[in-house]
Design a protein around this ligand. Sequence first.
Ligand code: AMP
Length: 186
Amino acid sequence: MKIAVYCGSRSGNEPLYAEKARELGEFFGSNGIEVVFGGGHVGLMGIVADAALSKGGRVYGVIPQDLVDRELAHPNLTELHVVKDMHERKAKMADLSDGFVALPGGIGTLEEIFEAWTWGQLGFHRKPCALYNVEGFYDPLLDMVKTMVASGFVQQEYLDMVVQADDPGRLVDRFQHYIHPREKWV
Ligand code: AMP
């Protein structure tokens, strides 16, 4: 299984974020789960990649040329795909991956997981999406989506389709048993 990991290009200011990112990367590396990520060496991204590599895992980076030029690419990956722009990057990451997980991060992380979630809702793919909810980091976001459900903009099943986990074993188990909801417009 190949899992796309979206996460902060910074590490956040709680040591727990880095610890949980390392734990997840090590678990993936030790269990033959391949990592697809944004290809950077910075923040939680670099931590997940290094952790998976340290356990003998395979890690694929997908990074736009512009970020390579700014020396943000991770130097020791299994493969680094250098792409033209962010659109190409997201399409490539989605293509390569069997599922998507967002660790804590910033607006880039949100944008990426929301795109994967939206495409899943529309039936453009049938792969699981997850929020890795370290210390309730994503609770306010989930509350926002619950408000969308209550307001009639989102159906409950498209909230329910998002896997919530904060430990690696549970995440992978939920991915392995994932059942995709019916498409939004059938
Ligand atoms: P953010 O959450 O705003 O820190 O953005 C992180 C997400 O955007 C990652 O999952 C990456 O795919 C992408 N990204 C942002 N900054 C970088 C960077 N310096 N190098 C590689 N990817 C990045």
